[in-house]
Design a protein around this ligand. Sequence first.
Ligand SMILES: Nc1ncnc2c1ncn2[C@@H]1O[C@H](COP(=O)(O)OP(=O)(O)OP(=O)(O)O)[C@@H](O)[C@H]1O
Ligand SMILES: [Mg+2]
Length: 237
Amino acid sequence: MPILKLHKVNSSYGQIHVLWDVDLVVEEKSITGLIGPNGTGKSTLLKTILGTIYPSSGEIHFNGERIDRLPPKEIVKRGVVYVPEGRRVFPEMTVEENLNLGAMNPKARDEREENLREVYQIFPVLKERRHQLAGTLSGGELQFLAIGRGVMGSPQLLMIDEPSLGLSPIAINNVFETIRKINQLGKTILIVEQNVPRLLKIASYTYLMENGKIARSGPSEILEKDEYITRSYLGIL
Ligand SMILES: Nc1ncnc2c1ncn2[C@@H]1O[C@H](COP(=O)(O)OP(=O)(O)OP(=O)(O)O)[C@@H](O)[C@H]1O
Ligand SMILES: [Mg+2]
């Protein structure tokens, strides 16, 4: 069952047309991947789903309901959670205070304690450091915190933007491992990644975006063998 469906979605920044007739489906409880070069519109797509950018045309359906004309607050309330790139946290606040900031929507507020337990189960290091200032965490731990804060939002769809960017190889392994764990707990994940080989291993279905258009899509194990993908996106890595 699809939880999210985009139909011919177009988005612009003023005169700059970024997304062109994007069709995309995320199946419930899946990990769905989105890859593509810098500046192609991947983050714009996530922001369009979240509602911080209104599409100029097209439709977005979430859980069977049309959401593309709703304000972001309403979309968040329905369980769409966005973890932006860059692991932005509040460095002068503790780990736990940062996590609690993720529990702002009414459902997440009610489920705060349960979600916190789940986050500490997924990321034991965050439990160990819960009273520590977030500014003292390593890059990998900051990414855990950013994702953990997303889990605190009671996501029905967790959208994670480039979680591995700038991390060490070990930290990258850990981040992908925890994303898999979160998915195994029954959460649906849409993940944007530049690390194409790793993404194809974790996502069941992947979309390739080029110049704001979906250039290829399919089950990841098929894309892994796709000549265009291997030549353009796997050969160089
Ligand atoms: N706020 C904005 N105003 C104007 N143009 C923007 C804005 N944000 C992004 N763009 C432009 O839209 C295009 C798509 O940007 P976007 O951030 O979606 O790409 P991306 O695929 O996420 O890239 P990256 O891999 O570097 O994160 C780029 O050409 C970018 O310069
Ligand atoms: Mg981006």
